[in-house]
Every structure is written in structure tokens, then in C-alpha cells.
Write a protein that binds this ligand. Structure first.
Ligand code: 13P
Length: 273
């Protein structure tokens, strides 16, 4: 495990990246990292996240109490939103909130990112719903986000921005990048006359691929396939479809394994793996 100081440096680096990439303006956005069962590092409120140094970073507990902060710095005004994610998603170790131009545009227009237009977005994100509007810094946003936490690793915040979370700071940041890239592509495709969406069967195959890759995190593809068919899952079903004999049998029956293997090879080649 990296030292606390090294993690503070990493938070500053990611802050600079979201600022340099235009994902935040002015003092917008916030970043947090879980460093222990009841200890979190987070960005301070009211500073540009593009110009932080390690002494800016605050340390808090799961209730938001300040464990350490240098004079002049207070935890992010949105820390309740971050803490709700950690509470309800024990697999999450980092949360990134930003206002990326295109993703926020969709959040303002009230259009969730649900059109299946490219394999990587489908495998990484599935789709990105919009959590209902809440007043910043209140419990309204955590309550709205909570509805989506068990099936997604990223959500748009209505009339506000985007939230991404993952098992590490880098992965949470990458999720945010993927959300923005997906939104940007969708916007461009709409400008060019409308996207040509992949078919339901093609999406199902990509979801199956994701299960085979064993990617961490939550995703619409992890909804138990047996449950989705309205049947009773087997007693050891973890609702992810990963460790459930019944789910595997259901998947195997419906999948063309050779085709899936070929798609896996091509997608991995495209991803450079
Ligand atoms: P903080 O500076 O308090 O983290 O707030 C920034 C922000 O983007 C609020 O939505």
C-alpha cells in the first residue's frame, strides 16, 4: 500500500488531469480515496483541483468528521455523496466527481447514456443512468445516487455533472474518462444524423464477454440472468452470474461460444491487451 503522502500526491495528479482535460472549471469537482476501514483522503472545498499540492488534502472518517486538515482547508462540500458510495459499495476505494462538458450536457438535457453504440463503452459501463437532481452538498444527491449504486460504476447527476467510482483512484478516473468519451461520441453521432445502435443480440454478447473477462465493479451485465428470466436463482447465486452454476448453465445454453471467443480476441486486440 502506498504511503498516505504518496496517495495525496496521486490525488493532486488526478486533479490536474481532470482540470487539464476540461472536465472541471474553476473550483469544480472533487476526489476521494479510501485509505482504511474508517479513513478517507479527500480534496478540499473551494479550490481549483488543477493546482493542488499534498497539504491541500484533508483526512476524514466515514461520518465526515475531520481527522486532519491543514489550516485554511475544509473537506469537499460534496463529501456526503462520496461517503454514501463507500458505505453502500464496500468494493469501492475511490470516487471522482467532475463536470465533463459532454457528459454534463447530457445530464442537463436529461438524456442518459443508454444507446449501445460502441463495444468498449458497453463492456466498461453498460450504460450510464441519470440520478435525479439534488441540491449540491445536501443528502438529496447521495439519496438520488444510492438507487443506482448496485448496478453501475458511473452515473450522471441531473443538471450537475458525473460521478465515477472504482477499486482504485486510477480506475475511478478512467471510468470518468470513459463516460466523457462515450458522451462525446454519442453527441457527435447524433450530430451526424443519429447513431446506428448495436442490436440487442450484439449487446448481449458483449455483456457475456464482460462476465468472461471477470472485470471488477458493478455493471448492468451483472444482473443475475436467471433472475432476469423471472426464475428462482439457485441457493449459492451471488446475483452476479459469476459463481452460480444455474446462471452459467443458462448463459452457456444461449451463447455461441466460438463467436464469443472471436469477439473477445478482437476487442482485446483493440484494447491493446
Ligand atoms: P467542492 O469544491 O466543495 O468539492 O465543490 C465542487 C463541486 O463541484 C460541487 O459540485
Amino acid at each position: 500500500m502506498a504511503s498516505e503522502y504518496a496517495i495525496k500526491q496521486q490525488i493532486c495528479e488526478i486533479g490536474k488531469r481532470i482540470y487539464d482535460r476540461g472536465m472541471v472549471a474553476n473550483n469544480d469537482g472533487n476526489i476521494s480515496v479510501k485509505i482504511g476501514p474508517d479513513e478517507f483522503l479527500c480534496t478540499p472545498t473551494g479550490v481549483s483541483k488543477g493546482f493542488m499540492t499534498p497539504e491541500f488534502i484533508c483526512k476524514i472518517d466515514s461520518k465526515g468528521n475531520i481527522l486532519h486538515a491543514y489550516e485554511g482547508f475544509k473537506p469537499s462540500s460534496e463529501i456526503k455523496m462520496h461517503l454514501r458510495v463507500y458505505k453502500e459499495r464496500p468494493d469501492v476505494n475511490s470516487v471522482v466527481h467532475a463536470h465533463p462538458m459532454y457528459a454534463t450536457g447530457f445530464a442537463i438535457a436529461g438524456i442518459p447514456l443508454t444507446e449501445p453504440v460502441m463495444p468498449e463503452a458497453i463492456i466498461q459501463l453498460g450504460c450510464v443512468p441519470i440520478a435525479e437532481y439534488g441540491t449540491p452538498s445536501t443528502e438529496e444527491i447521495p439519496d438520488a445516487v444510492s438507487r443506482y449504486l448496485q448496478h453501475y460504476d458511473a452515473v450522471l447527476l441531473e443538471n450537475h455533472g458525473a460521478l465515477a467510482f472504482s477499486d482504485s483512484l486510477l480506475n475511478a478516473y478512467h471510468k470518468m474518462e470513459s463516460v466523457e468519451f462515450y458522451a462525446q461520441l454519442l453527441f457527435i453521432a447524433k450530430m451526424l444524423g443519429g447513431p446506428k445502435a448495436l442490436s440487442e443480440a450484439q449487446v448481449k454478447r458483449l455483456y457475456e464477454l464482460r462476465r468472461q473477462f471477470g472485470f471488477k465493479g458493478k455493471h448492468p451485465a451483472d444482473l443475475c440472468p436467471v433472475l432476469a428470466q423471472g426464475k428462482t436463482p439457485c441457493p449459492n447465486c451471488d446475483f452476479s452470474g459469476n459463481d452460480c452454476a444455474t446462471s452459467k448453465a443458462a448463459n452457456a445454453a444461449s451463447a455461441d461460444n466460438d463467436l464469443v471467443a472471436e469477439i473477445a480476441k478482437r476487442v482485446l486486440a483493440q484494447m491493446g491487451k
